[in-house]
Write a protein that binds this ligand. Sequence first.
Ligand code: PEP
Length: 256
Amino acid sequence: MSRTPLIVGNWKMFKTIPETTAFCLGLKEDMAGLDGKKVGAAVAPPFTALSAAAQALRGSFISVAAQDVFWAESGAYTGEVSPKMLADAGCRFGISGHSERRQYFHETDDSVNKKAAALIKEGLIPVICLGETLADRQGGSAFAVVERQTREGLKGLAVKDPERLVIAYEPVWAIGTGQTATPNQAQEVQAFIRKLLGEIFSSTMAQGVRILYGGSVKPENIGELMAMNDVDGALVGGASLDVKSFAKIVRGSISR
Ligand code: PEP
């Protein structure tokens, strides 16, 4: 089964509303000649700029993703944002379980799972992030950690269409460090995640779900990563903040 490449730009806590609008209009212009059936792209601005991004990207194949979500539909949860509010703001994707959320905001596999389930219920596509730390890798437990995060994060998710679920393998030691995993390291873990998808869901899901790689992806290394069978795109942090660099990564992903 062929899987359409997908590049998601995670802006983290960067860009105001005017900066978001300027970026998105620039990206839309740059991507105008590309066929949205051959590649998918999304930007994930801060909550405050989601609507502005959706408005600026209207009429293009580029989607908007939220960096986080809370699982309740509504209620007394000061500071939180529901899946319905994200849909209302124009989002198609929602990221769940980014390592910075796990590290600084104490997210667990259970909360990652609840957020993914809530996104699916609202018709949004979860991008579930997982990956081992340097200590896990050096201690020989990288695969055990990835297996636990995959099984717990995906537990009971009501999804049958592989296009409605995205996994991002992001080794924590590669995020924001400039130390990209080698293509073989990414492939080895991503093939393992795909095998787990077959056990958790079905072979159709395993073959169709897109598994992104994340961790210091740049225009210079997207080609070699995409050459791997089980790398279906990228979750990009730092290099997604510049329109030209992000656009180059999107173009560089259309290699298979
Ligand atoms: C990320 O934020 O998910 C990420 C992969 O960051 P960077 O590309 O900067 O390593």
